[in-house]
Design a protein around this ligand. Structure first.
Ligand code: AMO
Length: 451
């Protein structure tokens, strides 16, 4: 097979349906075959769609008829032939083959890759390379491609700088736990838990930045919404506070969902997902706590429970709920206390009014809940070195381990804020997938490192 020629001549299946030219060359996978007396039907699938190849014995070359008879499902084939309108064929068109070549013969399939496959997820993931032949699986990643590119484009078009950040770090960025150790020559270092410290340092020099980057969390628990390797869609903005960056999240999530609706109609139909551009709602943590109390739903002192997140979706469907004024205890060391610089002076609680005391326990951090799941967290950051040291110590971390980071705020650091949306978590929420692993090409969890 001359691949150069094939590339020049090959027509994607979706275009065969809108093409004037009657002779086409297509290539793809054998989706299914069927025989009926003297007729052989073969459904050919490429990344863009499925078309029927129809051969009638005596009317096509005998060799072609035999090849079509013998070829196994998921084999890779090349077909040159005439396009014909046909009422019976899916999509109303079929190709009558003049040339037929098997480029790769598929062995007996180890999992069922049909649309309504009953193969369980773990087995599908063991054979992810084959599972990716499924149109349903492909639909998820075509949508995820729109999500990632819409996210990047939205901010790059606004003048944000697209940056690449390190994956190896020397100290924790989200707290002491959840770190994967790496042997780095004679030293012990870690895989990045987030691009947090670096995106802050950048915002303090280059203002608004955007990145999509892999992160690693050594979480031992095996849940349907946690991975040990995931990818985060992050922004950081200079001269910004929590409200300003939340507005940006509102803008980008609406844009992403709008783009998915526009560009992935076929995939959404295939998955049976109906999407609406979400509304937004802003609530303080306290307001959510009161609402949950009313509905007898449990909520933690400094975090929402899964049950509370699902309740929010029930109460406010198709709504991106921003929960702000988050308790300090539930946020990482770099999040600005609600009292800001003021909190440096109020280390003793004596002399504070009740309202001041309550405020002292709150932060400029937030979470975003969408379709019953936390999809993002963020907030305004501490850009004041003394305050940062104080917060590090309060979180049981050693300021010495963060010297470069703290120092970076000593030479002109504007107030800044940002957030992160996990792309797999967002995909899961958007498409209502029961398990986050459906939204990762090659998931990494406690028990899975291959393929
Ligand atoms: P956080 O730790 O909340 O915040 O992570 C932000 C978002 O990343 C996704 N995410 C995960 N997805 C799957 N599996 C995991 N184990 C996992 N952990 C996180 C979620 C989550 O909402 N640096 C801060 C963000 C910031 O303040 O800018 C951070 O990483 O969607």
């Amino acid at each position: 097979m001359n691949l150069k020629k094939l590339n020049e001549k090959r027509v994607l299946v979706k275009d065969v349906f809108n093409l004037k030219s009657k002779r086409v060359e297509v290539a793809g996978w054998v989706h299914n075959t069927r025989g009926l007396g003297k007729i052989r039907f073969l459904l050919l699938r490429d990344v863009s769609g499925i078309i029927q190849i129809t051969a009638v014995k005596g009317k096509v070359d005998d060799k072609i008829f035999k090849s079509m008879d013998n070829v196994s499902r998921e084999s890779v084939v090349y077909v040159k032939g005439f396009v014909k309108d046909s009422k019976q064929a899916p999509g109303g068109r079929e190709i009558v083959p003049e040339e037929f070549e098997v480029l790769s013969f598929a062995e007996e399939l180890v999992i069922d890759v049909s649309e309504h496959s009953k193969t369980e997820l773990p087995k599908r993931l063991d054979w992810r390379c084959l599972d990716l032949h499924r149109t349903r699986t492909q639909a998820i990643f075509k949508i995820q491609s729109t999500i990632g590119s819409a996210f990047k484009n939205y901010f790059v078009d606004k003048g944000f700088i697209d940056v690449q950040l390190p994956s190896l770090i020397s100290a924790s960025s989200e707290g002491g736990t959840e770190l994967f150790e790496v042997k780095y020559f004679e030293k012990k270092i870690y895989l990045a838990q987030s691009p947090q410290l670096y995106k802050q340092m950048l915002a303090c020099a280059m203002e608004n930045i955007v990145t999509i980057t892999p992160v690693w969390r050594a979480e031992k628990h095996n849940t349907v919404r946690h991975l040990n390797e995931c990818r985060q869609m992050d922004i950081e903005m200079a001269f910004a506070d929590a409200k300003i960056v939340l507005k940006e999240m509102e803008g980008v999530v609406k844009y992403i969902v709008g783009e998915v609706i526009k560009k992935n109609k076929a995939e959404l139909d295939l998955l049976g997902v109906k999407l609406k551009v979400p509304k937004t709602k802003y609530m303080t943590f306290k307001e959510v706590a009161e609402l949950m109390k009313k509905h007898k739903v449990k909520i933690g002192d400094d975090d929402l429970t899964g049950e509370a997140e699902r309740k929010l979706d029930e109460l406010f469907s198709d709504t991106l709920v921003f929960v702000y004024d988050w308790p300090m205890k539930g946020k990482p060391f770099y999040i600005m206390p609600k009292q800001g610089q003021e909190s440096l002076r109020t280390s003793s609680k004596r002399g504070q009014s009740k309202a001041e005391k309550a405020d002292a326990e709150l932060s400029e951090g937030f979470d975003a809940i969408y379709k019953g799941m936390e999809i993002s967290s963020g907030g305004q950051r501490i850009h004041i070195p003394e305050l940062l040291e104080k917060r590090l110590k309060a979180n049981g971390l050693n300021p010495k381990d963060f010297k470069n980071y703290i120092d970076s705020f000593k030479f002109g650091a504007p107030p800044h804020a940002g957030w992160s949306i996990g792309i797999e978590r967002f995909t899961q929420a958007l498409l209502g997938l029961p398990n986050i692993r459906e939204a990762v090409l090659f998931p990494r969890d406690k028990d899975r490192l291959t393929p």
